[in-house]
Write a protein that binds this ligand. Structure first.
Ligand SMILES: [Zn+2]
Length: 111
């Protein structure tokens, strides 16, 4: 179910959507960035450029008091977002699912 987040302060907030938390349950939202590093061969002293691909996490910007709908559910498990929610900087807007779609609440392990 998509999540709606609301920025509760009159300041823009930017969150890094850490791959481990944000991409875990869905497709990867990170972007590839190519960096060029120069490597020196320890034996010959020769220098050669090498391209390395790194993953850059996606980011989300919430403008002052902005309400953003349709976010992935995993957004609330991103550490930076969770911290902002705990500090009251961001609010998760309640979305009441239709009754039929509600799953029964499970308590602990069923063995
Ligand atoms: Zn990712």
């Amino acid at each position: 179910m998509p999540v709606t987040l609301e920025n509760r302060i009159r300041q823009m907030q930017v969150f890094n959507l850490e791959h481990d938390a944000y991409c875990a349950s869905s497709e990867c939202a990170c972007s590839d960035i190519t960096a060029t590093v120069v490597e020196q061969n320890p034996r010959t002293g020769e220098r050669a450029p090498r391209h390395v691909t790194k993953k850059a996490p996606a980011s989300m910007t919430l403008l002052a008091l902005e309400r953003r709908e349709g976010l992935r559910e995993s957004i609330v498990s991103v550490p930076e977002v969770r911290a902002a929610i705990e500090r009251g900087l961001v609010r998760v807007v309640e979305q009441t699912p239709p009754l039929a779609a509600r799953r029964p609440v499970r308590t602990g392990k069923e063995e």
